[in-house]
Design a protein around this ligand. Structure first.
Ligand SMILES: [Zn+2]
Length: 370
């Protein structure tokens, strides 16, 4: 639990040894309980005893998220799962993830520590604008759950959702958001916008079109997650989004906080004042080339996320389909010493397939032979 319940959440140097021990223990745990995972590691000739120090972490074969969209691996019976999530699965298959009690307890420490370190816990009543779906029993998307969880960091004056639950479907609720903003500004409560960057931009454009301008409470925050990937087609960079927000609601770049996370790797990354995602004590990041070799700091490659947080699923090391670069913490200038990563875009499926050849394809090939 020491990795997750700590004040200095970015002390990666001081936690390297504990992290490697925790990963090694976690790998052995999953090998014993998940035969498919044990087979995957075995086929790559990996043995947990190879993990002696932090420089050995790259030897642990990562599981590609692409592989997990076709197969769900559990290390505990499904009845032990307390929380379930799925990726949005837009344009493809979804990954399913379940968390059991030990994972939820670790996650609670991680969320609390992260929110405290980033000063997101507040006792002021706050008006929420959730730029996403209203939670509903039929909706199992991870993003919906994390957005709701983020509304617990400050007591709610009111929660208003961009996509309102209408029983069997969702309806766009722009009018509701606008009247909530008018009310929040009038009452003078701090406002928190939570959701996808693309939705936030959409809302700002609506305000602009309607000639609406606000001076929201100066302690208001804009908490964005779920990626800027949607933005690549919109051609909007962060700086112009900050400028538009400053103009229309009085909240500039300093009030933005961005979250990064992937459902398969339930770690929350929060950006620093310079909008960089530094690596926290409970995760490590390796950037790999298409031959799966780790690359040096500053060299772009495929993002590999590692955490021993999960006990229900063997997602210790996950290979995403994001292209990213890892840079030394000192290059940021915010004072956090741990390295930070930048997402550069999406890797092509062909690249990922090359990368994943060692894991996913090996598995399916062997299975076909059976
Ligand atoms: Zn920083």
């Amino acid at each position: 639990m020491g990795l997750y319940y700590r004040r200095k959440i970015y002390d990666t140097d001081g936690t390297d040894a504990a992290f490697v021990r925790a990963v090694s223990k976690n790998v052995i745990y999953h090998q014993k309980r998940c035969p498919e995972y044990a087979a995957l590691l075995g086929r790559q000739g990996f043995c947990a005893s190879e993990l002696k120090n932090i420089d050995d972490l790259y030897k642990l074969p990562p599981i590609p998220t692409l592989f997990l969209k076709n197969r769900t691996l559990y290390s505990v019976p499904e009845k032990r799962l307390l929380l379930r999530s799925a990726t949005s699965g837009t344009g493809g298959k979804a990954s399913h993830v379940g968390l059991d009690l030990p994972t939820v307890l670790r996650g609670a420490g991680m969320v609390l520590g992260g929110f405290m370190a980033h000063r997101l816990i507040s006792l002021r009543r706050t008006g929420y604008i959730v730029l996403g779906y209203e939670p509903a029993p039929r909706n199992n998307m991870g993003a919906v759950k994390s957005a709701y969880a983020a509304t617990l960091a400050a007591p709610a004056y009111r929660r208003v959702y961009a996509l309102r639950d209408a029983g069997t479907s969702y309806e766009l609720n722009m009018a509701g958001l606008k009247s909530a903003l008018i009310r929040y500004a009038k009452v003078g409560v701090p406002v928190r916008f939570i959701g996808f960057p693309a939705y936030f931009l959409f809302l700002l454009k609506e305000l602009e079109a309607d000639g609406l301008r606000f001076r929201l409470h100066p302690k208001s925050r804009i908490l964005l997650g779920g990626g800027w990937k949607q933005f690549f087609s919109e051609q909007v960079d962060k700086q112009s989004l900050y400028a538009l927000s400053e103009k229309l609601i009085g909240l500039g770049g300093g009030r933005f906080k961005e979250f990064f996370g992937v459902v398969e790797h339930p770690v929350i990354y929060l950006d620093c004042p310079n909008h960089h995602f530094h690596v926290p004590a409970y995760a490590r990041i390796i950037i790999r080339d298409t031959d799966m070799r780790p690359v040096a700091l500053g060299v772009p490659g495929i993002l590999n996320l590692i955490t021993p947080i999960m006990t229900a699923m063997p997602h210790v090391s996950i290979l995403t389909d994001d292209l990213a670069v890892l840079r030394p913490g000192s290059e940021c200038g915010c004072g956090i010493k741990s390295p930070y990563f930048e997402i550069l875009g999406r890797a092509g499926v062909a690249d990922i397939k090359t990368c994943a050849a060692g894991a996913a394809e090996l598995l399916s090939v062997t299975e076909a032979k059976k």
